[in-house]
Design a protein around this ligand. Structure first.
Ligand code: PLP
Length: 379
């Protein structure tokens, strides 16, 4: 038996995406920038992928540039967004609960390029409130970067409200959101969100690893991060991974088709898990919440690794916190000022549209059993 509950780390490639990749790899395999007939066929496949992802995000296809991953999108948006807008000032506003792709990049901008970064403390669930942003906003704030859904706690930040309020006071401030965990999990529409820059990643929505996209609002002339052959309208050089892009498009279309039902079903399963665990596992805490696919819990007095090993012995895969961090305490949970035993006993359970009620029940059974069987420091 194998139960995969680590979908915030990555998802299984869906059949639609695998089929699209296969077609691109075996039939339309030419370079999409070659002018001959086979090149044009590959380009058509790539552009269909772009249209599909754009439709799922609610933007024009001309506003979407393909990248190699979410990390690249975050780096591009922050490095070039900050430089481009530095004429308005060198202050950047972000939070302590961002993904390392944002945190490390902002650290560099601060250390090497003379930007000043204000890192907001998140609310207890891991989200950031519009009031906190407005309080810290300055005349010289060139860039605001906040994630839409927190990858560790599932907390949802109201980016649309933040965009409205920041732009009302500082129309020149650029707003970036890392929506890697939000896309096709919570309602997300580029137009109604109003952000200037939005990062997406394919492998969180049942496309393969190695493809992402950056939405750049029309009219914003963001300089490229990668320079070279001038692909992607000169914005992102490097031969496009047609097979991955075609798969990303197919996965986005499939995900958008069943988005409402999937989100409702995951939210109900998550709720069911919370109810069962609260009733059956003494001392269990839930952390954050909001997005339907992420359930962050802690059993203070029991170490995450021990719980994970127990679950693994039952064929169940979950995460300690984020998959992107090796060792050490979770920066996000630390930023929430949770006591050490809560952080050290935290595990992240993450669902996908494929997750079944039987799998969630098996997980709840196994965790309750772990609590009864393993000796923790609390009895
Ligand atoms: N941003 C968030 C919120 C994520 O959860 C992740 C991946 O876990 C990333 C960025 C990085 O995406 P990728 O793995 O495609 O580089």
């Amino acid at each position: 038996m194998s139960i995969y509950l680590d979908n915030a780390a990555t998802t299984r490639v869906c059949p639609e995406a695998a089929e699209a990749a296969m077609e691109a790899m075996t039939l339309s395999y030419a370079n999409p920038n070659s002018p001959h007939a086979m090149g044009r066929a590959a380009k058509a496949l790539m552009e269909r992928g772009r249209e599909r992802v754009a439709k799922a995000l609610g933007c024009d296809k001309g506003e979407l540039y393909f990248t190699s991953c979410g990390t690249e999108g975050d780096n591009w948006a922050l490095r070039r967004g900050a430089e481009y807008n530095a004429r308005h000032g060198r202050h950047i506003l972000s939070s302590e609960a961002e993904h390392p792709a944002v945190i490390r990049t902002l650290d560099e901008l601060e250390k090497r390029q003379g930007f000043t970064v204000t890192r907001l403390k998140p609310a207890p669930d891991g989200s950031v409130t519009p009031d906190a942003v407005l309080d810290a906003l300055r005349e010289d704030t060139c860039l605001v970067s906040l994630m839409t859904v927190n990858n560790e706690t599932g907390a949802v930040t109201d980016i649309a409200a933040i965009v409205r309020e920041v732009k009302a006071r500082n129309p020149h401030t650029l707003i970036h959101t890392d929506a890697v965990q939000a896309f096709l999990k919570v309602p997300l529409n580029a137009r109604s969100l109003g952000a200037d820059l939005i990062t997406l990643s394919g492998h969180k929505i049942h496309a393969p690893k190695g493809v992402g996209a950056l939405y750049v609002r029309r009219g914003l002339n963001l300089p490229p991060l990668l320079t070279g052959g001038g692909q992607e309208e000169g914005k992102r050089s490097g031969t496009q991974a047609v097979e991955l892009i075609a798969a990303f498009g197919a996965a986005a279309e499939a995900g958008a088709r069943s988005f409402r039902e999937d989100a409702a079903r995951m939210a109900a399963l998550r709720e069911h898990a919370v109810e069962r665990l609260t009733a059956e596992v003494p001392g269990l805490l839930t952390i954050g919440g909001g997005a339907p696919q992420i359930l962050s819990i802690s059993l203070p007095g029991w170490r995450s690794e021990v719980l994970m090993n127990y679950l693994e012995s039952k064929g169940i895969s979950v995460a300690k916190s984020s998959a992107c961090k090796k060792g050490g305490r979770s920066q996000v949970l630390t930023a929430l000022k949770l006591p050490a035993p809560v952080i050290d006993g935290a595990i992240r359970v993450s669902l996908s549209r494929e997750t079944t009620a039987a799998e969630i029940d098996a997980f709840c059974d196994a965790l309750a059993e772990a609590r009864r069987t393993i000796r923790g420091s609390v009895r």
